[in-house]
Design a protein around this ligand. Structure first.
Ligand SMILES: O=C(O)CCC(=O)C(=O)O
Length: 301
């Protein structure tokens, strides 16, 4: 594994992208991603990346970040934790962002010459948690707008199909603006200052009932092993993960990548995660391209 300091020495002022994808992303996989908005990629991260992320996640759990949230907690101590944007505090995450094949995968799926890294997110469920992630689309919550987005969701432990993140194929192209869930209400510990959104008014249609109509919406999910990932567009309807078997935990590391048409857009209904302060302090306003000093731009080599 090349360390970031070596990479910087190789390319001052630029971050060298690791080229060691264990295998090529096929034309068919790219076509599925563009058509369905989601593709399951098998065996694209070697064990060394999984071990690195596990070590980083352990540090993350020992010292959760400012955005850390508990979404669910049971009386017998089971929890579902979310955290994000700690990549500059956790060296293992930073190394993964700059050096792993992840940026290459994102750029290849988006057919882009470079991609911006937006943020990482972790989703940790202790053994037997059944709490499902509400169905939603990501982009309405983000402080950016655009079609060229991809999130790369990878379990660090084996995950059964019933527990994996699930998707409505093709929903990234649906024109309807749906009223999204406010994740701020998932707050059993009464944490203060959590990001909140409010999709009020006539601009938003009621969110479809995906859970009761999984067959109708042709919902897909996959049993996955460490090294596999699902790559999905930020406009995809997804959710329904959870439902762990009693002896299974779930540890997921997700990274979000932004391509050519993405611009900053501060949303009047609120943002989650709200990057508007971070963006404003980096000189970004609605309509701007992302500032590469804040959101690293990684070229495909
Ligand atoms: O892993 C989960 O349960 C939620 C993931 C999710 O919603 C996301 O990555 O956008």
């Amino acid at each position: 594994m090349t360390h970031r300091s070596e990479a910087q020495a190789l390319a001052p002022g630029h971050h060298q992208m690791n080229k060691h994808l264990p295998r090529v992303i096929s034309d068919e996989e790219r076509a599925v991603f563009l058509r369905d908005g989601v593709v399951c990629l098998r065996g694209v991260f070697d064990d060394e990346w999984i071990e690195l992320l596990k070590a980083g996640l352990q540090k993350n759990l020992e010292a959760p970040g400012a955005r850390s949230r508990i979404y669910d907690r049971t009386d017998d101590g089971l929890f579902f934790l979310y955290d994000s944007d700690n990549w500059q505090q956790i060296p293992e995450y930073e190394e993964f962002v700059y050096q792993s094949p992840c940026a290459q995968i994102a750029a290849e799926l988006l057919e882009a010459e470079s991609v911006h890294f937006f943020f990482e997110a972790v989703f940790v469920r202790s053994r037997g948690v059944t709490f499902p992630t509400p169905w939603h689309q990501d982009e309405p919550y983000w402080s950016v707008e655009g079609m060229d987005t991809v999130s790369i969701w990878k379990p660090l432990v084996p995950v059964e199909r019933q527990s994996a993140l699930a998707f409505v194929p093709g929903s990234h192209r649906w024109p309807t603006r749906y009223r999204q869930a406010d994740f701020a209400v998932l707050n059993p510990d009464g944490q203060e200052g959590v990001d909140t959104v409010s999709f009020e008014g006539d601009d938003w249609e009621p969110f479809p009932d995906i859970e009761s109509n999984r067959d109708k919406y042709e919902v897909v999910s996959w049993e996955m092993a460490p090294g596999d990932c699902v790559a999905f567009n930020g406009r995809m309807i997804h959710g329904g993960s959870g439902a762990l078997s009693p002896n299974r935990e779930l540890r997921v590391f997700n990274t979000q990548w932004l391509g050519d048409d993405v611009r900053v857009r501060f949303k009047p209904h609120g943002m989650d995660p709200d990057h508007s302060d971070k963006m404003r302090s980096g000189g970004m306003q609605t309509g701007d391209r992302l500032n590469s000093d804040i959101y690293p731009r990684l070229p495909v080599t």
